[in-house]
Design a binder for this molecule. Sequence first.
Ligand code: WTA
Length: 709
Amino acid sequence: MADELDDVTDDETAESSEAVIAVHWREEETYPPPASFTAQANASDPAIREQFTEDKFPDSFTAYADLLTWFKPWDTVLDTSNAPFWRWFVGGELNASYNCVDRHLATHPNKAALIWVPEPENEAHQAITYRELYVRVNEFAAVLKELGLKAGDRITFHMPMVPELPVAMLAAARLGIIHSQVFAGFSGTAAGHRIADSGSTVLVTMDGYYRSGDLLDHKVKADEAVEAAAKEGQQVDKVLVFRRYPGKYSAATPMVEGRDVFVDDLLAAHKGEIVEPVALQATDPLFLMYTSGTTGRPKGCQHSIGGYLAYVAGTSKYYQDIHPDDTYWCMADIGWITGHSYIVYGPLALGTTSVLYEGTPNYPDAARPWRIAKQLGVNIFHTSPTAIRMLRKVGPDEPAKYDFHFKHMTTVGEPIEPEVWRWYYNSIGKREAAIVDTWWQTETGGFLGSTLPGIDAMKPGSCGPAALGILPTILDENGDEVAAGSGKAGNIVIRNPWPGVFQTIWGQPERFVSTYYAKYNKDPKSTDWHDWPYFAGDGAVQAADGYFRILGRVDDVINVAGHRLGTKELESAALTVNEIAEAAAVPVVDDVRGRVVEMYVSLKPGFDASPEVEAKVRTAIETDIGKIARPKNIWIVPDMPKTRSGKIMRRVIAATSNFTDTGDITTLANPEVVERIRHQVQSAKVARGEVPRELSETELHEIEHFGSE
Ligand code: WTA
């Protein structure tokens, strides 16, 4: 077995230095947008780019703001006086709920705003018209008001994919209450940390929801969340519980007297009540969206009302190509930024019909999405590479069997392999659809890199050029520009502010500056935006044609199925287990989920490795974060490879788990441990049949740089 392992390693050695990789990026062929798509596209004339050139910045973005209804126009488009805390459309007043609901009543009150598809196929879908949405948003706003919540307060939602979630978001937005929706798949403890960080006194949840055929008890997580928040000093006064079946409680967990209330009971007292939308400053916060970073504390990305809503409306129009008559389905979860921007705020601001699906895409079988698409006449479809890979794996021939036709499709959240892209294009898109590969982040509010679907050629594996008005470039570690077409990778930055960019990290303004702006800023006092490139934390390479290929994170973040997990969060969870002395989390390439997590732990003296310790680590991670973070393997190792200053070299263990070259280890304090770990881990993996295929350039790049920031 040892010989077999040595072969694997030797093969890789010659290929692995940055210099060699740099010249190896293979250029993919391009695909023109379908003529039928261009003929109807919102952006079909390349001259649109001229309206967004650098010399027209920042006024160019008023084209996006003009898509909204303002109670009071802005005085200043962009205020840079407190750089890099950019303020967009200063002096303007508006309301997001008004823009997504009320203003559509005049033109199409009876059109479906949302169509909700429950997971059980025998439950009928529910179409909620703009008129009904208006009623429901107002009634829930009345409930929030009765609880004493007002503009500037924070409220946490831990809600599944049900229409009550957008209703609750829009009700909060109506009053200026800052919402923070936590992905339902996160554990109660994870929700509790976010409740505490945001200072919420009210939690809104649901008794249960369907996932892969099971009606899950979700209410139990609310109890855990309240307890976790209390440990951090944050008291939750009220837990509002929506019922999956109104009038019938679907959870086994008891309601807590005085604290927990059924929302349907509360709503009964506010039937038909109207709550006027509050005129809010464009620069007031709309919501917080927590994401992982390089420390254990999640970052509450704070998004503004005016800039954010303008940006998601504009990009929904030009990049999602949403027209009022479209039926648009984004299969993401509203618990992530994609759902906020491109299920709720963008599509509803444009007055379209947005489909919401409760369950997993492959339940009860791999053709479920295609039956939904056919039944509802979906013509715009939006999903992630992980979902595409999974649907391709379990049902490659299913799309052809159903009579649905997409004019437009999106992929988002992770790099997509060209081969997977081609299946998306040929089999799901039936060669009729324009595809956009949209690169962006929780922090950025909306798309940063994408083709304009009616204009630009598509190139599998590349997100495309910069989005309108966005000025990206690639910088090396010294801040020098890496030329397009040079074949060299570097850090992608955005040179200018844009309306969708987050305003700050809630409660951590220094971290906001140090994480995103300090790296390439030379003058911290400057109020000139040119001095503050936004550091995205992604590696990228730009081809001669200007298209960007995103290579993945350059920090300690692992992208599992499009979900960002911080290594520190995973490691802190493992360290709560008494036996564990040290822990390190690394990504392993996975054919469906993109990356999965592997944990390396070492034990305190006096403890021995055992399946029980492994199980404890697994449970700790599920409890602290959620099942999405569950590690594929937990390796109990004698010691971690470390630098002389004691830093764990995650790059070296990531290489071990992925069977790639560990690179230079001569500078380690304990180079001998590398070989021991490699033997332990790789022989176990060989025995389990977990030897990975040869990695692509993109994957190799990420593994070799993992944690090197
Ligand atoms: C990655 C999701 C390649 C990237 C909207 C980024 C992508 C992180 C793409 C943000 C794409 C997102 N191609 N990589 N089209 N889109 N990423 O905050 O590493 O959940 O930094 O936002 O996902 O993930 P987040």
